[in-house]
Design a protein around this ligand. Sequence first.
Ligand code: MN
Length: 289
Amino acid sequence: MLRLLSPHAALSITHDSEKTLVISDLHIGWEMSLMEEGVHVPSQTGKLIERLRGIISSEKPDNLLILGDIKHAVAKIETEEWRDVPMFFDEVTRMVPKVQVVPGNHDGDIEALLPEDVTLLPPRGITIGDFGLFHGHTWPFLEMLSCRTLIIGHVHPVITFRDPIGFRITRQIWVKAPCNSGMLARAMLRGHGLRVRRDESPDEALSRLNIHIAVGNLIIMPSFNDFLGGQAVNTYGLVRQERFKGFIGPVLRSGSIAFENAEIYLLDGAYLGSLGRLREIMRAKANQS
Ligand SMILES: [Mn+2]
């Protein structure tokens, strides 16, 4: 069973009487990269820890799963990260019995920063019951095609619009999109370097591997660090913007995700409508002005 923990960028999955709290995209050390731009923002790590403490004390999960991008610097470890990442895990491992990390694209060398009691999972993710969870910058395990729902982070989805005065409003969102399982299966088989014979369907190729396709939708999590920038899904869409093409990850790029029919929710749970409808509103406005 999955629950969105509004108003937080967090969800919980209960499976076999174990409750897992899931968050994504902490980007610890992000303030340092702003500093290089000349903007001085004090470390936000303490705030992230306190917010997480609040959620954990009310939800009482057995397990905390962090879906990638713990830290901000991609390949190296910044000075501030050497301090803040261990501090974060030091606090967090005292709040919850088990902590697991799926590495994201920003988590190069993350092992060096993780205490021993934190489990580092493979970048291809983890399956919990009917849910397949991975960061989103790389293909997940092929076996996850048999999960009903895939859950990723990575893109920090937001919605943005202008009010009548012209002020820009940006809010973090949840995206729940239908997924064409056949198309995704074909793309994933290719991504894993497996050939589908011309005379067989992806279903047949996968059933030879004992995998039965069940995937029906994809959830994109908002970033737990609410200070970060995000991708405005209603103005540019997720895949269309050229400079994000490489970034967006193979699953979103596969053409199998029906973004136009995606359901968009604010963090407080309010349903805003389908992404297609929200985009239409944007386009109509643009034509007016
Ligand atoms: Mn990422």
